[in-house]
Design a protein around this ligand. Structure first.
Ligand code: BES
Ligand code: MN
Ligand code: ZN
Length: 491
């Protein structure tokens, strides 16, 4: 989707959107803008039961000289906040993407609450909602293929284009994350995940990759135990963006990158197992964020670490009851081979802390089905050992649109993962399943490190279209982390 800015409606426009908060002056203003009788506007509003709610649309056809313009009046809500403009942009695209229209103008003239920021967020919503992946659809017809290619903001407030340019990198980061999450596991596995990230080097991201031998040498027995049943070799992917002052404390982002989670020997049921191609959503959020930060040349030092493995059953797979030694030296009794995410994260976290002086770590992982029971698909769960960090993340969640809810931790939950044979076991029972998973990870965080764990199992993928996405990958985490870094690590 191309976003452009213009001072007047170009003749190539096939559809036009007009914005309104639903105020009583709207019909008159729109009638004048379109040179149509006021009654036409009134009738269109009635027909659509349109009252200007954010993202609601009333449609009409308006004669313009020899041609007829398809007009969509879109609501921006009574409060005129940025989220509502984002919603309006997204709603227009949802409606027009495969409609046959190719060029949409969005006309700002005298719109309530229009500002550079709201105009940019309208474009942001439009571009996020336009993302789809048609790579494997070979039979799209003219009717089902996306037709909308251009959105032109006409008469947008002063500064809109600059405000939009600041959001473009974030949209690109979200798109990258969605692409990785969407790819099936026969295409995207640890090695090919790394290859997809190679182009980030052109943006100035430093890339380091540990192969199986390097991870063996480092002693990553937990991560390698997960990987050993798979024919696909594992990788540890490390990305560094040094946009901040030299020596400034870096922030670290760590992602679970299980490119397919069959459950291993503790195999999952067949129904829905295909969903486990997106068990690398944490890693995808990390690299999407790195892309956004590098593209917008963020003034911060950021390290991204992705533990990339495939969890498969086979003759070489680890067994329930196996005891593995993590890179930290702590031992783990593997009760359930399907609780593999924490086994991958613990070694990625130890590697990070042994190799870099970091005071802040955020990990992201599609870690537990239990978090979906707790929070549904509306919030990701956050676990943190530091109230200040938790509050920073909650604030970023509010303004970015990637929602978070803080969950509790504590000694009683920690005890639930004690093992009779090793230092800990990898599951704590059904009760509080997301919390005991977080307690497991906490055992690998060094003293003095501020750490937060985001369980994003419920927010990476959706079975129904939302405001800013179609069915499928949401790109969760990129907007959140971009905001978090911008607010707390860029001076
Ligand atoms: N990747 C899954 C968690 C998951 C489940 C993500 C459903 C998205 C949707 C994770 O590796 C897993 O299998 N967790 C187990 C843990 C259990 C064995 C303690 C789970 O949630 O059932
Ligand atoms: Mn699993
Ligand atoms: Zn998993």
């Amino acid at each position: 989707m191309h976003v452009r800015f213009a001072s007047a409606r170009p003749s190539t426009a096939t559809a036009a959107a007009l914005l309104t908060s639903g105020g009583t002056e709207a019909p008159d203003r729109l009638a004048t803008l379109l040179s149509v009788p006021r009654a036409l506007i009134d009738r269109a509003f009635l027909a659509a039961r349109f009252e200007g709610e954010a993202g609601s649309i009333a449609e009409l056809l308006a004669p313009q000289g020899d041609s007829v313009l398809r007009v969509l009046v879109v609501g921006t809500g009574k409060n005129g906040n940025v989220e509502d403009f984002e919603k309006a942009g997204a709603a227009l695209v949802a409606k027009l993407l495969t409609s046959g229209e190719s060029v949409l103008t969005v006309e700002f003239g005298a719109t309530d609450s229009a500002s550079a920021e709201t105009a940019a967020r309208l474009a942001f919503g439009a571009v996020l909602r336009s993302w789809r992946q048609d790579t494997y659809r070979t039979k799209l017809t003219a009717k089902t293929r996306p037709s909308l290619t251009d959105i032109i903001l006409v008469d947008a407030p002063e500064g809109s284009e600059d405000a939009w340019q600041r959001l473009v990198p974030v949209a690109e980061g979200v798109a990258f994350t969605r692409e990785l999450v969407t790819e099936p596991a026969n295409i995207l596995y640890p090695e090919s995940f790394v290859e997809r990230c190679r182009p980030l080097a052109e943006l100035g991201v430093e890339i380091q990759v540990l192969d199986e031998a390097a991870m063996t040498a480092a002693g990553m027995g937990a991560l390698l135990g997960v990987s050993q049943g798979s024919a696909r070799p594992p990788r540890l992917l490390v990305l560094r963006w040094n946009g901040g002052p030299e020596g400034a404390d870096p922030v670290a982002l760590v992602g679970k990158g299980v490119t397919f989670d069959s459950g291993g020997i503790s195999i999952k049921p067949a129904g829905g197992m295909e969903d486990m191609k997106w068990d690398m959503g944490g890693a995808a959020a990390v690299v999407g964020t790195m892309k956004a930060l590098a593209t917008r040349k963020a003034k911060a030092n950021v390290i991204g670490v992705c533990g990339l493995v495939e969890n498969m059953p086979s003759g070489t797979a680890q067994r329930p009851g196996d005891v593995v030694t993590t890179m930290s030296g702590q031992t783990v009794e593997v009760i359930n081979t399907d609780a593999e995410g924490r086994l991958v994260l613990c070694d990625a976290l130890t590697w990070l802390q042994r190799n870099y002086k970091v005071k802040t770590i955020i990990d992201l992982a599609t870690l537990t089905g239990a978090i979906i029971i707790s929070l549904g698909h509306e919030y990701a769960g956050m676990f943190a050992n530091d109230d200040g960090l938790a509050d920073q993340l909650l604030a970023a969640a509010k303004t970015s649109g990637d929602p978070l809810w803080r969950m509790p931790m504590g000694k009683a939950f920690d005890k639930m993962i004690d093992s009779p044979i090793a230092d800990m076991k990898n599951v704590g029972g059904r009760e509080g399943g997301s919390i005991t998973a977080a307690q497991f990870i906490a055992r690998f965080i060094d003293d003095g490190v501020r750490w937060a764990h985001l369980d994003i199992a419920g927010t990476v993928w959706t079975s129904k279209a939302g405001t800013l996405w179609d069915k499928g990958a949401t790109g969760y985490g990129v907007r959140l982390l971009d905001r978090f870094v911008a607010d707390n690590f860029e001076g």
